[in-house]
Design a protein around this ligand. Structure first.
Ligand code: 5GP
Length: 204
């Protein structure tokens, strides 16, 4: 029996650069994950192609997919639906390949419930770690601005709790390297590897 692939979920706050990191990752030849193309009701942007960037659907078609349990997760984001086709994910994992989802945070939480064994990576804005430092050293921010920023940072940190790993997006290439390192390490986890060895030695 083939070993099942890993379900890798990259998510994080809006504007952190999830799409950019995902594109950079898949532009690299040695990336071996399969990208799960999402379904959306938003209109294609310049240069986007149906079946490559997204499967572009009407609201009615999307709602039919929800009703017929065709989506692993879905969310409404800035007035449009986005969702992950479940059949593709299941089939690809079954074939022993790793599947990569790049989705917003609500969807990631749903996947966490359906696939607790998935690998959840939170892409964090670089400002988060520097934030306190900057606020303290600058000393020029107004009280209100500091509070706003600290509140935004707190919300982002709380979102992290549902994830296994945090990758800071301070540099796109570095972020890609970190993601690949995490996936490699995940494949080497004892609980994934041991059954293979035990089978080989035929011990229980
Ligand atoms: P955009 O419209 O800029 O391509 O994507 C908007 C947001 O939707 C991004 O945060 C992206 O990660 C998220 N997104 C893309 N596909 C999916 C999906 O299948 N499910 C969910 N929940 N979010 C998605």
């Amino acid at each position: 029996m083939k070993e099942r692939g890993l379900l890798i979920v990259l998510s994080g706050p809006s504007g952190v650069g999830k799409g950019t990191v995902r594109q950079a990752l898949f532009a690299q030849e040695d990336t071996k994950f399969e990208y799960s193309i999402s379904v959306t009701t938003r209109k294609p942007r310049q240069g986007e192609r149906d079946g490559i960037d997204y499967f572009f659907k009407t609201r009615e078609e999307f709602e039919n997919m929800i009703e017929n349990n065709k989506l692993l997760e879905w969310a409404e984001y800035v007035g449009n639906y986005y969702g992950t086709p479940v059949d593709y994910v299941e089939q690809t994992l079954e074939d022993g390949k790793d599947v990569f989802l790049e989705i917003e945070v609500q969807g990631a939480l749903q996947v966490r419930k359906a696939f607790p064994e998935g690998l959840f990576i939170f892409l964090a804005p670089p400002s988060l770690s520097e934030l306190k430092n900057r606020i303290v050293t600058r000393g020029t921010e107004t009280e209100a601005l500091i509070e706003n920023r600290m509140n935004a940072a707190k919300e982002e940190i709380e979102l992290m709790d549902a994830y296994d790993y945090v990758v800071e997006n301070d540099n796109i290439e570095l972020a890609c390297e970190r993601i690949k390192a995490i996936v490699l390490a995940e494949h080497l986890r004892r609980d994934r590897v041991a059954p293979r060895y035990k089978k080989m030695l035929e011990v229980e």
